[in-house]
Design a protein around this ligand. Structure first.
Ligand SMILES: [Zn+2]
Length: 132
């Protein structure tokens, strides 16, 4: 299965190879990180000697156009576009390190969720049809 991710602002492809490459900032730290393309897989590739301590909140932005990926739905979620099997989706994920909460919303507004920390975000997503 192949997922193609893109920036919702400039439409640049964010996973030229496998990982989704995003700019991440927290306090005085700035780096590029690689996120696993499979929703619900929370492996993160970091530069040597860098860490994302659990509970820290990161600002993710597009490495091409520099715009913030923080979503309109919740200040704690980032949003990127995803194309899979020719269908467009929007993927929301928590920007708190160690928090496993990912939502995939189809063009028809159908929602699937991944991760063990999704409950606190569902209030932001109640207008969407829920699919388990
Ligand atoms: Zn962009």
């Amino acid at each position: 299965m192949r997922w193609i991710y893109s920036c919702p602002h400039c439409d640049a492809t964010l996973n030229p190879e496998t990982s989704i490459v995003l700019r991440a900032e927290h306090e005085d730290k700035r780096m590029l990180v690689g996120l696993h393309p499979q929703p619900g897989n929370y492996e993160v590739e970091l530069p040597p000697d860098e860490t994302m301590p659990k509970g820290t909140r990161w600002s993710f932005s597009c490495p091409v156009c520099d715009r913030s990926l923080v979503s309109d739905l919740s200040d704690e979620l980032c949003a990127i576009d995803m194309c899979s099997h020719g269908e467009r989706h929007r993927v929301y994920f928590s920007r708190i390190a160690g928090e496993e909460a990912t939502f995939v919303v189809s063009a028809e507004g159908m929602l699937t969720d991944h991760g063990v920390h999704t409950d606190q975000y569902l209030e932001h997503l109640v207008h969407l049809k829920y699919m388990r």
